[in-house]
Ligand binder design. Structure first.
Ligand code: GTP
Ligand code: MG
Length: 515
């Protein structure tokens, strides 16, 4: 008699999968062992999933913390700091997925630079730096990019360029890799660089597609990519030709062990192209015309663009693995609401914290409300460096104004009237750098008037506005905890997270009558 197998005798599907009648004893043993192993793996996956579901389920006593604020304010970066603090291994596991994001950030930035150059005929006219922004228009409008109010302003001026990239550009020292263009005018140099960078630029759309899985969100004018919770795993699915992996846990496991974005042909190709184009990228980034357009604020680069271009030697190296600092600077827009669970220990007691990181663009804000109910705490993130920036979604709205309006809505929302409220006045490092370049706050915020343009005066001015909003919308007389932050600074941010955790716990334990 044949040894019973896992296949049922009655089930037609099982009948179809039945081993052939000619199966030998040895083959049968191998098959039975394989079936047993498959069942063991399947049971383990089910168990892992059950535990994951259990963990995600909010229990009485768990803390629900929302991260709110406009797009680009730093919510996901703050979430990464929580992850680093309370679940450091998980960031390691997804480290390699960030390579795709960082490559996309680099390629997209280069494309923006080249498009803007094209709109200005690849030349720098003689506009004085001071008033360039108000008086000059692009000469050609090949793609209109230079005309779009960019939500970010560059901090980079000729004097603050990193020395490694400015001291000896290839065309001034006759270096061989730029096809001997040393005596040609700047426009020819740029046109040569553009030609050589064209294949790399063509990877912008496929990289975006890899990350988003082909989903585009209307209003993402800068061509940014939006991703949903769990994009790291889906990037792998996308790389495998959208073949649905049979199990969520299987995806996670492949992330942990075997997957390397080095296996993704697209990422591999982009890595090779970047390595080959490294000197051209450096030359473009340090080109006098590019520096001039930046200084005249005709070319505006986001902070992550500048960060990765400054570190291009490292990022374009063939064996590049993103550092934690790179991951903190990488930019990818959040779509919807992403939940993250951490076990937080305090006074010997472990409490699950459910952190909700929301998409901050206007088109994403409708998805926040269902999460207001029963929230314990909110960290509202407002980027104070954004005084000279306008919303991507509505170029007429100054980003500080938008933050204040949004904060008004949060403070006055009836569902949130008893939540613990924390305000992060973020991107203080960028604010300092902008003020150091001489950018005047009063040019963008007229009410700032003739106050001194120094960092302390400016941050206190913005803080006073947020405090006023809170005071006017504070029926319940709750406290507002305010912090000046730069959430890319791990040491400082983790100290602040510790403070926030303690203050949330104090209020929470009292209200839950657990003390
Ligand atoms: N220099 C600096 N960069 C920051 C700071 N906070 C955030 N960033 C950068 O700003 C960019 C946007 O940050 P995110 O955390 O993605 O912004 P977000 O609020 O999650 O944006 P959405 O998901 O679109 O709502 C990233 O490239 C971050 O590295 C900061 O304090 N200083
Ligand atoms: Mg985000």
């Amino acid at each position: 008699m044949r040894t019973p197998s896992l296949y049922s005798q009655d089930d037609p599907i099982s009948a179809a999968m039945k081993p052939p009648p000619t199966e030998t004893d040895a083959e049968r043993n191998v098959r039975l062992m394989a079936e047993a192993e498959a069942k063991r793996v399947s049971d383990q996956i089910d168990e892992d999933l059950r535990q994951e579901r259990e963990r995600m389920k909010r229990k009485k006593g768990d803390v629900k913390l929302l991260l709110l604020g406009q797009a680009e304010s730093g919510k996901s970066t703050l979430q990464k700091q929580f992850q680093l603090m309370y679940k450091p291994n998980s960031l390691d596991q997804e480290r390699i997925s960030w390579k795709t994001v960082i490559y996309f950030n680099v390629v997209h930035s280069l494309k923006h630079i080249l498009n803007t150059l094209e709109a200005w005929d690849d030349t720098l006219d003689e506009d004085p730096i001071e008033d360039a922004e108000s008086i000059s228009q692009p000469k050609s409008r090949v793609n209109g990019i230079a005309q779009q109010p960019s939500p970010s302003a560059s901090l980079m001026t000729a004097s603050s360029m990193p020395s490694g990239l400015t001291s000896s550009p290839a065309w001034s020292n006759g270096s061989s890799h730029t096809l001997n263009v040393s005596r040609e005018p700047g426009a020819v140099q740029i046109s040569n660089l553009r030609r050589r960078l064209t294949p790399l630029m063509a990877t912008d759309a496929p990289l975006a597609d890899r990350l988003s899985g082909g989903i585009t969100v209307s209003g993402s004018g800068k061509g940014s990519v939006y991703v949903r919770n769990g994009w790291q795993a889906r990037t792998i699915e996308n790389a495998l030709g959208r073949r649905k992996l049979s199990h969520e846990t299987e995806v996670k496991k492949s992330l942990e062990s075997s997957y390397d974005s080095g296996q993704d042909i697209l990422v591999q190709d982009v890595g090779r192209m970047l390595a080959a184009a490294k000197d051209d990228i450096k030359d473009l980034w340090s080109h006098p015309t590019v520096k001039g357009l930046i200084a005249r604020r005709k070319l505006k680069l986001d902070e992550w663009s500048e960060f990765f271009l400054r570190h291009i030697s490292r990022v374009a190296a063939p064996d590049y693995i993103p550092t934690t600092d790179d991951i903190l600077h990488a930019r990818i827009q959040t779509m919807g609401v992403a939940e993250h669970v951490f076990d937080v220990n305090i006074h010997g007691k472990s409490v699950s914290w459910h952190l909700f990181d929301v998409g901050g663009a206007r088109g994403q804000r409708h998805s926040w409300v269902p999460y207001f109910d029963d929230a314990n705490a909110i960290i509202f993130v407002a980027p104070v460096s954004a005084f000279d920036q306008y919303l991507e979604e509505d170029p007429r709205t100054n980003r500080i104004d938008d933050s204040l309006q949004l904060f008004t809505q949060i403070c006055s929302n009836a569902l949130l009237k008893s939540v613990h409220l924390v305000l992060f006045l973020n991107k203080t490092d960028l604010l300092k750098a902008k003020l150091e370049t001489g950018l005047k706050v009063r040019k963008y915020i007229t009410s700032f008037g003739e106050r001194s343009n120094d960092y302390e005066t400016v941050v206190q001015y913005f803080r006073a506005h947020f405090l006023q909003v809170h005071r006017r919308n504070n029926e319940n007389r709750r406290v507002l905890y305010t912090h000046f932050t730069s959430v890319v600074d791990t040491k400082a941010t983790q100290r602040i997270i510790g403070n926030v955790r303690d203050s949330i716990f104090r209020g929470y334990l009292q209200s839950a009558a657990l003390v």
